[in-house]
Design a protein around this ligand. Structure first.
Ligand code: SAM
Length: 243
């Protein structure tokens, strides 16, 4: 692929990488993101980190083919272990589940001391990231929700600060689930995503209704009722339009 042009998803991640950052892109796969950022003059130094041999080799091959080896180093390793303390001030982690991204941050906490900006793009379960950020004194500074090729993605940018500030005027539990900035804006992709989730939860509830009763199913049902009622609050009567 020619990294002059990125997918809309990665382009949106790139938008939140501050100019002149020293970046580590964790789970970089082909190293498309750091290559694009270096070629556009947005960053001067990048690490492409990969835990898997195949993607690591493909990142190395692409960085070399693009003539970017002086500015991008490709390293094989798990999560933030590819970073030396103080080496980068911005980290991007994109295209994985939210729990995996939160685990990577948790396991590499000591590497975050000199990092000023995190740009995270979970494919699912963004709540795991928002919860981790709040528990670790990172403040969400921006969120985006986009649709590309029929899939909806969330992009979260955070800096160290007041973790609950973005949740002011928002029910925290709901804000963690759907995103405090996204909740305030309620864009088209947001309504579409949560109308689909609501429908899915209602379907699971119906299945549990006919399942053998147990304390576990009862607990799960109550959780689903709560989530559906959150969504009724968020979407009002509009969701039939999106589902
Ligand atoms: N970041 C690219 C993007 O958004 O297009 C690639 C996403 S790809 C679906 C996920 C990549 O993360 C895979 O190449 C996988 O090997 C890598 N990965 C998963 N867990 C990782 C970890 N703990 N540390 C580093 N890389 C990891």
């Amino acid at each position: 692929m020619n990294t002059d042009k990125l997918s809309f998803r990665l382009e949106t991640v790139a938008k939140y990488v501050p100019k002149e950052s020293r970046l580590a892109d964790i789970g970089s796969d082909h190293a498309y993101l750091p290559s694009y950022l270096v070629k556009n003059g947005q960053i001067s130094f990048g690490i492409a980190g990969e835990v898997a041999k195949g993607p690591y080799q493909s990142a190395e091959k692409n960085v070399m083919a693009e003539g970017l080896s002086e500015k991008i180093v490709v390293r094989l390793g798990d999560g933030l272990e590819v970073i030396r303390p103080g080496e980068v001030d911005c980290i991007t982690i994109a295209g994985m589940g939210g729990s995996l991204i939160a685990n990577i941050l948790e396991n590499g906490k000591e590497k975050l001391q000199f990092v000023k900006r995190l740009v995270l793009q979970p494919n699912i379960n963004a709540i795991a990231i928002r919860s981790w950020l709040v528990e670790n004194n990172w403040e969400l500074i921006a969120e985006e929700i986009i649709e590309e090729d029929g899939k909806i993605y969330e992009i979260l940018a955070a800096e160290k600060g007041e973790p609950l500030r973005p949740y002011s005027g928002v029910q925290v539990e709901l804000g963690l689930l759907v995103g405090p900035f996204l909740l305030k804006r309620r864009e088209k992709a947001f309504k579409k995503k949560w109308a689909q989730e609501k429908k899915n939860w209602q379907r699971i509830y119906e299945q549990l209704e006919v399942a053998a009763p147990s304390a576990e199913t009862e607990e799960k049902k109550q959780e689903l009722v709560k989530k559906v009622s959150f969504m009724e609050e968020v979407l009002g009567n509009e969701d039939s339009e999106w589902s």
